[in-house]
Design a protein around this ligand. Sequence first.
Ligand SMILES: NC(=O)c1ccc[n+]([C@@H]2O[C@H](COP(=O)([O-])OP(=O)(O)OC[C@H]3O[C@@H](n4cnc5c(N)ncnc54)[C@H](OP(=O)(O)O)[C@@H]3O)[C@@H](O)[C@H]2O)c1
Length: 308
Amino acid sequence: MSAGSTLVVGGGFVGTAVARRLAAAGESVTVASRRRPAAHLPVGDGVRWDALDATDPGACRRLVTRLKPRRVVLVHGPSDVTWCEEHPGQALRAHTAAAANLSSAAGDARLLMISTDNVFDGSRPDNAEDSPVSPANAYGHAKLCAEETLLGGAADAVVLRVSLVYGHEPPDAGKWLNFFAVCAHRLLRGETVAVPDDQWTTPVLVDDVAEVTAAVLHAGTPLPPVLHLGGPDRVSRAAWASLVAGTLGAPPHLVAPTSRAGTRYASRPENTCLTSSLLGRLPATKAIAVRGVHEGARSLAAAFTTAG
Ligand SMILES: NC(=O)c1ccc[n+]([C@@H]2O[C@H](COP(=O)([O-])OP(=O)(O)OC[C@H]3O[C@@H](n4cnc5c(N)ncnc54)[C@H](OP(=O)(O)O)[C@@H]3O)[C@@H](O)[C@H]2O)c1
């Protein structure tokens, strides 16, 4: 691997999008995860894959010693909020161990960790970088501990907290899909979607996450330790699902607004919304136009209606 390369730890929905974006710009990129990325997540030309369990300190040290990346992106799991709530100890150990292992192995490389709005308790409609943290759930707690580990242990580290990410995923992806994809597939099959009207988010397209991640990775130093990335629209899940239905031509009555209590969204706080007081001022990111939910839905419609 060349001196200017990037290691992306995590080959899932967000990690493969980041890897593709970097490789498309000609960068040498390695994705590392325990298993190869799934077939529906092609890492693309110019991206290598290596096996890595990021909770194993020796494995992290050996991989980083071999690859010598200039940049490392931590975008691994566990990512399922519901699973983390049921396995809080495992979630905490996995996220903090990976942050500790990679910050200690990576020397002076830039480390960027994709974190979450679940580090906030959801009592405020929006959270900027200087809002006080108070994790909403086990997932948010694990991610916050990992943030602190990374920022305390790496020479050049930045945490990019991202709101709910969405994009195309096929129905047979073999995992719980992102919210947009779940709604789109069900609505196109004529199925009802029961979605909370009491849980608010600022969704971001996965390609926009990749764009901002690439810009922050290559930004000049010094960077603020924490950056927020939320989409420009604050929507309830129910309103967003209605927008998806409208864009895909599905009957509006298929969207059934409900309370989040008793649904898989019960452990999510009322608000998982992020604003940024910094991203629009950084030279590297200020020109990036993060798309809102209308434009996002229009950009994805063809993928769902033709590819499935
Ligand atoms: N998706 C979102 O809306 C969102 C929003 C904010 C932040 N994030 C953060 O972004 C990260 C990735 O999210 P995602 O949606 O891309 O998740 P995902 O699709 O579930 O992918 C997770 C990836 O991490 C790998 N992984 C899990 N444990 C690992 C380990 N011990 N060592 C190495 N790789 C490991 C998984 O592969 P193996 O299991 O094969 O190792 C998989 O490739 C998470 O940390 C999440 O907190 C996501």
